[in-house]
Design a protein around this ligand. Structure first.
Ligand code: GLP
Length: 251
């Protein structure tokens, strides 16, 4: 399981973009799993710049977001619809018709089933970009989530609501308390996982995920059961890994 520690988030972003470009080069209609949050931003920026500079045709690429807040209008500034459009679809130049974010309004159970069907129809996800929550969550699969879970409605953990209040003017009361998220079983079916963790507030979750027991208490630990997962860390996120370098390669 490659674990690489980068000196800068820019270098980290370039390395993730390298992987994405290679996958798209091999299959121009590959489905890419897209995470929101701050962790993948330098990767998306690098991907966008390189697509632009090299004139790469991304018109056939498909995108599937990991999750969406329940009850938030897609047009809301903080919805993951808006976030994915602003940080990925638009800058990279993807076709918005080919980028799917689970809907947080309407019939969420139906949406979850349709979303899973759309992933299957696209031939499965070639590479899933992932961030890690401060509590080890993946998407909105909070501690305790079943490793075989599929796309579904879940409640956010208290810590996640508090962590995400920064996107809602610091007001915890404005953060939606439920979401639709790809399940852990859905995530594990992606052929390749690109996991990004940046900053000291991720250090504990990263150490638990990589060096603790594989347990539902730390959703990110189940990634160790995937045959093709690459961790992209900065020094701060890697700081609690044991041993010199903690077995991680330095870029
Ligand atoms: C959020 C999202 C996750 C994201 C994670 C980390 O709650 N639901 O998909 O990966 O938390 O966010 P960040 O990268 O901003 O730390």
């Amino acid at each position: 399981m490659p674990i690489t520690v980068f000196e800068s988030t820019e270098a980290l972003g370039e390395a993730v973009a390298d992987r994405l470009l290679r996958i798209i080069d091999a299959n121009p209609s590959a489905a890419i799993g897209l995470a929101t949050g701050s962790s993948p931003l330098t990767a998306y920026a690098a991907w966008a710049r390189r697509v632009r500079e090299a004139g790469i045709d991304v018109s056939a690429v498909r995108g599937f977001a990991l999750d969406e807040y329940l009850g938030l209008d897609p047009e809301d500034e903080q919805s993951y619809h808006t976030t994915i459009h602003r940080t990925v679809t638009e800058p990279v130049g993807l076709d918005p018709e080919r980028v799917r974010v689970p809907s947080g309004v309407g019939d969420p159970e139906r949406e979850a089933a349709d979303f899973e069907a759309a992933i299957r129809a696209a031939g499965g996800i070639a590479a899933q970009v992932l961030g890690v929550g401060g509590n080890g969550h993946l998407g909105f699969n909070e501690p305790g989530a079943d490793a075989r879970s599929r796309t579904r409605v879940v409640a956010l953990a208290e810590r996640t609501v508090a962590d995400n209040a920064r996107f809602f003017g610091g007001e915890v009361s404005r953060v939606p308390t439920r979401s639709v998220t790809q399940g852990l079983g859905t995530i594990l079916e992606a052929r390749e996982l690109l996991v990004i963790a940046i900053g000291p507030e991720k250090a504990e979750a990263v150490a638990a995920a990589l060096e603790g027991p594989v347990t539902a208490a730390v959703p990110a630990s189940i990634l160790r059961e995937h045959p093709n997962v690459h961790w992209f860390l900065d020094e701060a996120a890697a700081s609690q890994l044991g041993g010199p370098g903690g077995g991680a390669a330095r870029d």
